[in-house]
Design a protein around this ligand. Structure first.
Ligand code: ATP
Ligand code: LTN
Length: 334
């Protein structure tokens, strides 16, 4: 705990282009959490190399993600935003935690199974121990809460088990974290297949709205969004395409789904779809403008990266030193 506030930790991988799902489901909600929590948001570039990356591409994506954090409104004075690879404590604690994690536990991780199937030519040990690095991320900062999507719950559960195991053997060192379930549990679905979540690694670009899409592209994607033949704007599971559009419209305008339904009562899809497009364009425009502005502020971004990494090193170093003492590494008498 710093400043009397509980610590919150989350991270995002710099793989693929961020989608409206990432924004409405994660980034947008992260912005306001610093009032209540001491927040750490990492660009988890060490996780990214568990699948093969083009070096120049990875570097530029990681930088763009850092700028997107800021453009989305995460104030780097009030939140610690940093590259995971700039803080060596992550790798050091991950090694220690690897020695406290069982093969059997990692074998049960469904994300590993999915990714191993997807990257059959590169099933590396890092992909297998990915969740241990994630545990190190969280435990280094003594995070009490971790906002993550349902797909990461299994990793969070493992983190809790590792933390409890360590504490049982060596005494209380780690805060055992809880998942943070946001008020709006927005899960944005693909515009082309509303049974699938909108995802940055989707092969069909028409299913996702990317944060940097221009207004024409956004409008075109919404006009082509898969709906149904019912022809009524209603918020029900039997109409997943329309339900998704209602969710998107509501999240962008601040209405409840019921208010959105009422506003479009008696109207057709031909009128609703462009309205959703407009709502999304209005939300993304300021973000894109801010991103473009930041893109020209190289020195400022560099200073944010430097200062925040320093803070992250200081906070995580404290936990790491404690852990090293507990497990019996020799004292550093120099
Ligand atoms: P990938 O396709 O590479 O698996 P992704 O788009 O699913 O990526 P993640 O990097 O797994 O995104 O997640 C980053 C954050 O965005 C997580 O907190 C996750 O819950 C959130 N998120 C991702 N997709 C959606 C979505 N469609 N709706 C709401 N939140 C989402
Ligand atoms: N695995 C997560 C990203 C991630 C993370 C974390 C999230 C890495 N370390 C620590 C929360 C806390 C993902 O793919 N969404």
């Amino acid at each position: 705990m710093t400043d009397g506030k509980k610590v919150l930790f989350s991270g995002m991988q710099a793989t693929g282009n961020l989608t409206l799902g990432n924004y409405l489901g994660a980034l947008k909600n992260w912005v306001t959490l610093c009032d209540e929590y001491e927040c750490f948001y990492s660009v988890v570039d060490m996780h990214s190399i568990t699948v093969r990356q083009d070096p120049a591409e990875l570097r530029s994506r990681a930088r763009r993600l850092m700028m997107l954090y800021i453009a989305a409104g995460i104030d780097p004075e009030k939140n610690c935003i940093y590259y995971q690879s700039h803080v060596s404590a992550h790798a050091e604690l991950a090694w220690i935690l690897n020695c406290l994690t069982y093969m059997g536990e990692l074998n049960r991780m469904t994300q590993f199974k999915d990714k191993a199937a997807k990257h059959a030519d590169n099933i590396n040990a890092g992909l297998f121990t990915y969740p241990v690095l994630m545990a190190a991320d969280i435990l280094l900062y003594q995070a009490a809460v971790v906002p993550v999507g349902v797909d990461q719950m299994q990793h969070l559960e493992l983190t809790r088990n590792i933390a409890e195991r360590f504490n049982n053997i060596y005494g209380d060192v780690f805060t055992v974290p809880e998942a943070y379930i946001g008020k709006v549990g927005a899960k944005i679905m693909s515009l082309q297949d509303p049974s699938k979540k909108m995802s940055k690694s989707d092969e069909n670009p028409n299913g996702s709205i990317y944060l940097m899409d221009d207004p024409d592209t956004i409008m075109r994607k919404f006009k082509r969004a898969v709906t149904d033949s019912v022809g009524e704007i209603a918020y029900r599971d039997e109409q997943p395409g329309i339900k998704n559009l209602i969710d998107i419209y509501s999240a962008c305008t601040g209405c409840t789904p019921q208010e959105t339904v009422r506003a479009f009562e008696g109207k057709g899809y031909g009128e609703f779809k462009p309205a959703v497009g407009e709502a999304v364009i209005s939300v993304l425009r300021p973000l894109q403008e801010e991103f473009a502005r930041l893109n020209k502020e190289k020195d400022y971004i560099d200073s944010v990266i430097r200062d925040n990494a320093e803070k992250a090193r200081r906070v995580s170093g404290k936990t790491l030193r404690k852990v090293m003492r507990k497990i019996g590494y020799p004292d550093r008498i120099f």
